[in-house]
Design a protein around this ligand. Structure first.
Ligand code: ADP
Ligand code: KDG
Length: 314
């Protein structure tokens, strides 16, 4: 069975359960979220064997992070950092279909990830390493851990997937761009939206940026287009697929579910267009609920979504 490894920061996630500003919110729900663990859970639901690594604090929220990801069937490696708390993220539903995220993560345990946290063999024995640009902007040690992980994967022949995942709260675009471009050039598959791809090569359009990525290291570029679906830029052609129509409640986490869908298809040997169909289905389903990963689908959920409409499931 293919094995995927991924690393990054996962935080506790507090969200208002009703629409409106946090200024007045009374009812809150507690969960967890992190781009890479969202992908890990998404992959696990699609039948892929997967391991997630991230530092947590020596506190109940750290225990919650580890427990929740483990409960999803993901192999969890989480060094406990006695000197820093687990990070926190607050989600506000500003309108029925809009979400705002606030981060409380400066100096968090997750941001203190270091190269020595990565166990020997962990990456070398995997078929695929998935990482994201978030880790590169958390701290110097997290960036070193990310870089070491990519080097080790490259040396071992492990496929490298990279989601640009730019977070403007972590670094200004001008500073992040070159760092993220360097990482993207070292990956085999790169995911990003138009804004993120523009950050890698300012001034270039997506097609041009894709060509430059290929020239630098042969990476395949997968463009996420929100409610317009997605596209893959290859040397000989562009493969596109439309989004599915859903009533979106919260699109945060859709990109992670999309990545899980695409990567599971890649590992199964599906064609690029088949991967995109699956990825779009995963992204669409992830929009239907308020959590970052809870609505990530199984293969059976996808078959239902893509199957004949209207028939009740009995
Ligand atoms: P990111 O949040 O990483 O920028 P997107 O918003 O582009 O990612 O969403 C990732 C994928 O999720 C899209 O490519 C699409 O497949 C799906 N998706 C996102 N928003 C919607 C939506 N409103 N309706 C249907 N599918 C969506
Ligand atoms: O992609 C969803 C993520 O935004 C979320 O789960 C938290 O890792 C996260 C981040 O830094 O935004």
């Amino acid at each position: 069975r293919p094995r995927v490894v991924t690393l990054g920061e996962t935080m506790a996630l507090v969200r208002a359960t009703e629409i409106g500003s946090l200024r007045h919110a009374g009812a809150l729900a507690l969960g967890i979220g992190g781009a890479e663990s969202n992908v890990a859970i998404g992959l696990r639901r699609l039948g892929v064997d997967v391991s997630w690594l991230g530092r947590v604090g020596d506190d109940p929220l750290g225990e919650r992070v580890a427990r929740e990801i483990r409960a999803e069937g993901v192999d969890v490696r989480c060094p406990v950092d006695a000197d820093a708390p687990t990070g926190l993220m607050l989600k506000e539903r500003t309108t029925a279909s809009a979400t705002a995220v606030l981060y409380y993560r400066a100096g968090s345990a997750g941001s203190r990830l270091a190269p020595e946290d990565i166990p020997p063999g962990w990456i070398e024995e995997a078929s695929l390493l998935h990482v994201s640009g978030i880790t590169a902007l958390l701290s110097d040690s997290a960036r070193s851990a990310l870089s070491a992980a990519i080097d080790r994967a490259a040396a071992a022949g492990t496929t490298i997937a990279f989601d640009v995942n730019f977070r403007s709260s972590l670094a200004p675009a001008g500073e992040a761009g070159p760092v993220l471009r360097d990482l993207a050039e070292r990956a085999d598959v790169v995911f990003g939206n138009a804004e993120e791809i523009g950050l890698l090569h300012p001034g270039a359009d997506v097609e041009d940026a894709a060509a430059r990525l290929r020239a630098a290291g042969g990476s395949e570029l997968v463009l996420k287009r929100g409610s317009d679906g997605a596209a893959v830029f290859r040397a000989d052609r562009v493969v596109e697929a439309p989004a599915l129509r859903v009533d979106a409640v919260d699109t945060v986490g859709a990109g992670d579910a999309f990545v899980a869908g695409y990567l599971s298809g890649l590992l199964e040997g599906l064609s690029v267009s088949e991967r995109l169909v699956r990825a779009n289905a995963c992204g669409a389903m992830a929009c239907t609920g308020p959590g970052d990963w809870e609505s990530s689908p199984t293969l059976r959920d996808i078959a239902r979504l893509l199957g004949p409409e209207g028939d009740p499931v009995r």
